[in-house]
Write a protein that binds this ligand. Structure first.
Ligand code: NAP
Length: 255
């Protein structure tokens, strides 16, 4: 196998959360371009992403699930459904996430709860369900979507920052346990990418200018900028990579 062959994902099955739009859609399409069949788990029928994956000649399935209310058993059922529909499960991308902006003194208990339920609790429960299947088959790749706010405090997003710091801790904890069992657990930390998640920042001229000024690459990222990182971490090319947190940030963290 040449090194480029090691990046191919033919015959693999990926489960991507929040693949309806934004980074999840781009990651799902990138995985399909590399050869994978894709299951999309989320709360909205991902018609556009489905069409893009089918156009590549890959199989795609949709699993309806609200990560904000799902019980842990639903994640086990979702993993079972992927294996029933697509035959196996090799790759999990924990992408779905929400952000609620408010000064710390004004964050409501509901906002705190909702953000941590989707951005952290669901990541653990789905990783646990997928991890059990991957351990049993002796191979698997779990990729968590972290953030610049896995490293920094952020501004008026305390629940989001707490959750994204925790995602890195969880990535390391799972990697420590599962690296020896054939399962690679890593994270990608996107910088400032153009999606609905960052719309409020781009609509605030002062924040938008301050952010752009700090990005060494001189531009905001696009969802497609994540494609190479997610395919790499999902592939055999990353077989000895465990517990890494790969920034895809235009150099933001270096400033
Ligand atoms: P986005 O455009 O707002 O998309 C979020 C996705 O998550 C959507 O597909 C959404 O589904 C799904 N989702 C949200 N709540 C859900 C729930 N309760 N159940 C099921 N699915 C749910 O955001 P994005 O920028 O692509 O963000 C994707 C991930 O990247 C998040 O974890 C985010 O924190 C992280 N991130 C983004 C950036 C950035 O610059 N954009 C930077 C760092 C990290 P619906 O379409 O059904 O609403």
């Amino acid at each position: 196998m040449t090194v480029l062959d090691a990046f191919r994902l033919d015959g693999r099955v990926a489960l991507v959360t929040g693949g309806n739009r934004g980074l999840g859609a781009a990651c799902a399409v990138a995985l399909a371009e590399a050869g994978a069949e894709v299951a999309l788990l989320g709360r909205t029928e991902p018609a556009d992403t489905r069409k893009r994956i089918e156009a590549l000649g890959r199989r795609v399935t949709y699993l309806p699930c609200d990560l904000g209310t799902a019980a842990p058993e639903e994640f086990t059922a979702a993993v079972g459904a992927v294996r029933a529909d697509l035959g196996r499960l090799d790759i999990l991308v924990n992408n779905a996430g929400i952000i609620r902006r408010a000064p710390a003194a004004e964050v409501t208990p509901a906002d705190w709860h909702d953000v941590l339920t989707v951005n952290l609790d669901a990541v653990f429960h789905l990783s646990q369900a997928a991890g059990r299947a991957m351990i049993a088959q002796g191979s698997g790749k779990i990729i968590n979507v972290a953030s610049m706010l896995s490293f920094q405090g952020g501004i008026r997003v305390p629940a989001y920052t707490a959750g994204k710091h925790a995602v890195v801790g969880l990535t390391r904890a799972l990697a420590n346990e599962w690296a020896g069992l054939g399962v690679n657990v890593n994270a990608i930390a996107p910088g400032y990418l153009i999606t609905d998640n960052t719309a409020a920042l781009r609509e605030d001229p002062a924040r938008a200018a301050a952010i752009l000024e700090r990005i060494p690459a001189g531009r905001w990222g696009t969802p497609e900028d994540l494609g190479g990182a997610v395919v790499f971490l999902a592939s055999e090319a990353a077989r000895y990579v465990h517990a890494a947190v790969l920034p895809v940030d235009g150099g933001w963290l270096a400033r």
